[in-house]
Design a protein around this ligand. Structure first.
Ligand code: GCB
Length: 559
């Protein structure tokens, strides 16, 4: 089985495509002899992500286990491989994709006990989310080394005053010893613009070049390099560790009507994505990733939401470099059952936010955390659940706003008082009033007015859209044709154009591309709400959005 990739679509075997349970990956590798010989080297095994639950062994010895399908985990394996320095290193990873009421996303296993209708022991996996539960090792598995004393983590928070950039940082070192640290900030031309020898502090950057979003500035995505140089002496050995972190200097603020980046109003004109494509499923794929960035830039999109789980770090690194703004969503999708609001679910959700913030906190492109998508926010336990979750996330990161994506009626949403930005999904003239495009102006207007009147917070239309089968044409527009999708989008846009003068701060189309879902009577080989097909070819709607997004960009640029 190739890695990285989902295993589901690789073979011709239908039982593997729809498999639920444990699968096993195993491979022998040869580790460089000097890694083994040098006791002062830490050898780390790192898994970018594996969906959903993983147990990892090296040479038959369990080294770690991890819950959660979209974030990295690692284990130090140096002492283990030193036990048998001449033998190969056998890495075994067992992965289980079963979802329960307490996983994120949640699901249930349902046994079908009627022996007149189902074979013995027959069960199905039920889920409450609209994408295929692809499984396997989705991101690269790496072996890397550090010295025994090493840079374990860096946190940066940025600000600026007039022309001076302020970079507050903290470096944590693990492994003890007598350390010397040198921290330097290098600009794109290779000039050292600030430095320090303290583990934490503030670097001042004169004539700062700020990090700006794509299409908001002629030089978007400006990154400095923060070079951290550690030298340490421990038990009479000397160690040296160097880590380079790309740093963008920018601020994010929210008022009751605006989203500000570097104190200027930012309007999200972007997309919702999925990690999804033919054959590889959710596996990381560089050509696909670069293609998607080219398409987003062609479209004039300045942002996307990582619906409905954290994406690969490589994608966020691209966002930093290209100035694409990100709403970073955790896998809290499909939390519908009241039993998924209990303590066990909440504590796992808090751990996932810890892992997510630790991984993504230093990306300038990430401007907001989304802790969930369309939870059953009307249930009473949602109040405590979201209050706790949002408070926890704000304590982890005091610089970014926090939201979750809602579809609950504004009057019954228990968590809305705690979010910084209201993010609403709606599908007028699709799931309700199907075929009646004429209701969009009134219903969308009512939606915005109600939410704003009640909460006085800026609003993002975090999803809207319609399925369109590429190549299907009807005039007058009929559902599932390219014309209907285009007409629906345009009706939404008319209302956005009125409300963005007031408190609507963004619009994210559902979806960037068609994507695979579970089989069901509402989906014809997947969800077809993409403005691009799954193979990344444009539908008519893509050209409508392209015209609109470039117009919006020109407006923002000239302001
Ligand atoms: C939604 C969900 C998204 C679905 C979409 C749809 O509200 O957030 O995951 O795919 O609607 O197409 O139904």
């Amino acid at each position: 089985m190739p890695v990285p990739a989902s295993y589901n679509d690789i073979t011709q075997d239908p039982t593997l495509r729809d498999f639920i349970g444990w699968v096993w990956y195993e491979r022998e590798v040869v580790v460089p002899a000097r890694w083994i010989a040098d006791e002062g080297t830490r050898v780390v095994l790192r898994v970018g992500s594996a969906h959903y639950y993983s147990v990892v062994w090296v040479n038959g010895v369990k080294v770690t286990e991890h819950e959660g399908g979209h974030l990295p985990f690692e284990a130090e394996i140096g002492s283990l491989i030193r036990r048998d320095p001449t033998g190969p290193c056998r890495i075994t990873i067992a992965v289980n994709n079963t979802l329960t009421l307490e996983t994120l996303p949640p699901g249930t296993i349902q046994y079908m006990n009627d022996s007149t209708r189902y074979p013995d022991g027959y069960f199905v996996q039920n889920i409450n989310f609209d994408f295929f539960n692809y499984a396997g090792i989705h991101r690269p598995v790496l072996l890397y080394t550090t010295p025994k004393v090493y840079v374990d983590d860096i946190t940066v928070e940025t600000n600026f005053m007039d022309n001076t950039g302020l970079l507050r940082y903290k470096v944590s070192v693990n492994g003890g010893g007598n350390n010397t640290l040198n921290v330097a900030l290098i600009d794109k031309d290779g000039h050292r613009v600030a430095s320090s020898n303290k583990p934490s502090g503030v670097l001042r950057v004169v004539d700062v070049k700020l990090w700006w979003p794509y299409l908001m500035h002629e030089n978007p995505g400006y990154l400095y390099s923060m070079e951290v140089h550690l030298t340490a002496v421990s038990e009479s050995s000397a160690y040296e560790d160097v880590y380079t972190l790309p740093v963008g200097i920018r601020t994010v603020n929210v008022t009751s009507t605006q989203f500000l980046i570097n104190n200027k109003p930012f309007y999200f004109h972007g997309v919702n994505k999925h990690e999804d494509s033919d054959i590889r499923g959710k596996g990381l794929d560089w050509p696909l990733m670069v293609k998607d960035f080219n398409l987003m830039k062609w479209l004039g999109a300045n942002s996307f939401r990582t619906s409905h789980y954290p994406y690969a770090e490589e994608i966020l690194q691209m966002c930093d470099r290209h100035g694409i703004v990100v709403i970073d969503e955790c896998p809290g999708v499909g939390i519908k059952d009241i039993r998924s609001f209990g303590n066990a679910s909440l504590s796992h959700h808090l751990v996932v936010m810890d892992e997510l913030v630790r991984r993504d906190k230093n990306h300038p492109s990430v401007v907001m955390w989304s802790v969930a998508n369309e939870p059953a926010a009307e249930l009473l336990p949602a109040k405590f659940y979201f209050k706790t979750l949002i408070k926890h996330t704000k304590a982890l990161d005091q610089t970014r706003p926090v939201t979750y994506i809602t579809m609950t009626n504004y009057d019954r949403d228990q968590g809305a008082p705690y979010v910084d930005v209201v993010c609403v999904n709606s599908y007028f003239s699709w799931y309700r009033d199907s075929g009646h495009l004429e209701v969009i102006p009134i219903q969308l207007n009512t939606q915005f007015e109600n939410w704003y009147r009640k909460y006085q917070k800026p609003i993002i239309q975090s999803e809207y859209g319609a399925d369109a089968v590429a190549g299907l044409h009807t005039d007058p527009p009929v559902m599932f044709s390219e014309e209907y999708q285009s007409a629906l989008l345009q009706s939404y846009h008319d209302v956005f154009d009125q409300k963005r003068k007031q408190y609507v701060i963004g619009e994210l189309i559902w979806n960037f591309a068609d994507f695979m879902t579970t089989q069901g009577i509402f989906r014809v080989v997947g969800n077809k709400k993409g403005i691009f097909t799954r193979q990344r070819q444009p539908k008519a709607s893509a050209f409508i959005l392209k015209r609109r997004y470039w117009r919006l960009a020109n407006e923002m640029f000239s302001n």
